[in-house]
Design a protein around this ligand. Structure first.
Ligand SMILES: [Fe+2]
Ligand SMILES: [Fe+2]
Length: 163
């Protein structure tokens, strides 16, 4: 069954939010690239790649439902940050915003009795919970390590392993 225009529109908006999120992470990576936290730079770059995948999955889904994909300009934010803690605080806010958008799309899919879109969005709902948790965990760890360079470098070393 061809997708309803109302749902198609919000899914296209969600593509925009995922790309926006991707470039926000890439921008956080470039800011951290100016510090000696190469591990966290890597972590943010990996997240950038994940967000691109989120956008691509939406793209594929819209086409699968015989809808049309529309791409819009993405503004790339510049972050004036110097620590991983600041980066994760920004990332956490981004994820909370994105969770709201995903929930909004889901609510509309429920209202429109669009069952395939509801099922499709379950993955995103779970992913948002996981990503918020990742940010919260890093905020807690980095806050605890705050003035201890040794602990920060150990965390950075761990973040470097993210594949
Ligand atoms: Fe995402
Ligand atoms: Fe995300």
């Amino acid at each position: 069954m061809q997708i309803d225009k109302v749902i198609e529109n919000v899914l296209n908006e969600q593509i925009y939010y995922e790309f926006k999120s991707a470039f926000a992470y890439l921008s956080l990576a470039t800011a951290l690239g100016k510090t000696h936290y190469a591990g966290f730079e890597n972590w943010m770059r990996k997240q950038y790649e994940e967000e691109l995948e989120h956008a691509k999955k939406l793209y594929d889904y819209i086409e699968e439902r015989q809808g049309s994909v529309r791409l819009t300009n993405i503004e790339i934010p510049q972050y004036d940050i110097t620590t991983p803690l600041e980066a994760f605080k920004i990332a956490y806010e981004l994820e909370i915003e994105n969770t709201k958008h995903i929930h909004g799309v889901y609510a509309l899919a429920v209202k429109n009795n669009d069952y395939p879109t509801q099922t499709f969005l379950h993955w995103y709902i779970n992913e948002q919970t996981e990503e918020e948790k990742n940010c919260q965990d890093y905020i807690a760890l980095l806050t605890a390590a705050k003035d201890c360079e040794g602990s920060l470098l150990m965390l950075d070393h761990e973040a470097k392993k993210r594949a």
